[in-house]
Design a protein around this ligand. Structure first.
Ligand SMILES: O=C(O)CCC(=O)C(=O)O
Length: 282
């Protein structure tokens, strides 16, 4: 049974929509920073859920955080931990300003019917001293057997600086399609980075520090990165992915880094479609 430990999302209701300039900027650059997507009250409420999920006292619960720091640097000072699909345990997340406004933006930015877009969320905690999230495209993490139409929205639970791990993007990289990636760590860990052969000019990167209540959007093929957290505070971010139902391809896409991960964990497993707190098979 779903927990209702935190009650419904607090008011006030806030409705925001993208401008024509926002849409044009996203289409040209593959990302967009939005000054306010939801209220401070709602971010505080989401943060309480976030801290509950990441509380060591709740370790091992369904949806509990997993270590995504990799094995490469065992002595790393802080961890990067991630909890998948918090809306399964707390479906009231689906009733937030955050999700409603983000879905409206996603429909306009992707030029899709809002009713066809579904979401899944994950929460990422980068502890003080926690590692970078290397340059990657989200699509690189997905299944070669499917085509996707998707974007991510990234909502921090507080003001976020570049030093804490704000999002950074390579403008226009979404127009290059899926780029070659490689396993940055042991393939069992599935920590990906774009391959040097892709020839990415990192000098064009744009960093997007945010005030609480603000967010960034990025296309599934926009290269993005977050720096190591060199502050003394944990960086808490709640990304949500919006997508059309993935479409099976006639031939799988060539994604050798996915093959490597599958081999390391003993196979592919069933392909699941996680949508709005529900799971079905694709
Ligand atoms: O939160 C981070 O550090 C990385 C987030 C990310 O890569 C994403 O949301 O796609």
């Amino acid at each position: 049974m779903a927990e209702t430990l935190f009650g419904p999302p607090p008011g006030p209701v806030l409705d925001v929509s993208p401008t024509a300039d926002d849409v044009a900027f996203f289409r040209a650059n593959g990302f967009l920073a939005v000054e306010r997507l939801t209220t401070d009250e709602e971010v505080d409420w989401l943060r309480r859920i976030f801290e509950h999920i990441f509380d060591p006292a709740n370790a091992g619960n369904p949806g509990g955080p997993v270590d995504r720091s990799g094995l490469r640097i065992p002595e790393i000072a802080g961890k990067l931990t991630q909890s998948f699909f918090p809306e399964m345990q707390f479906p009231e997340i689906l009733e937030t300003n955050f999700r409603r406004n983000a879905r409206r933006f996603a429909a306009a930015l992707l030029d899709q019917d809002e009713a066809q877009l579904t979401s899944w969320g994950h929460m990422i905690r980068k502890a003080p001293g926690g590692p970078a999230a290397s340059w990657h495209q989200d699509h690189a993490y997905w299944q070669p057997e499917f085509d996707y139409c998707a974007l991510g929205v990234w909502l921090p639970m507080h003001d976020v600086s570049v030093e804490m791990g704000a999002m950074q993007f390579i403008p226009g990289s979404h127009r290059r399609g899926l780029l070659p990636h490689r396993q940055e760590d042991d393939p069992s860990q599935n920590v990906l980075m774009v391959d040097e052969r892709a020839g990415v000019d990192l000098s064009t990167a744009v960093a997007c520090p945010l005030k609480k209540g603000g967010c960034t959007f990025h296309h599934a093929e926009t290269l993005h990165y977050t720096a190591p957290n060199t502050t003394d505070r944990p960086r808490l971010a709640f990304p949500m992915e919006f997508q059309l139902k993935p479409v099976r391809r006639a031939q799988p896409e060539r994604m050798p880094w996915v093959d490597e991960h599958r081999a390391a964990i003993g196979g592919a497993g069933p392909t699941l479609y996680i949508h709005d707190g529900r799971i079905t098979r694709l």
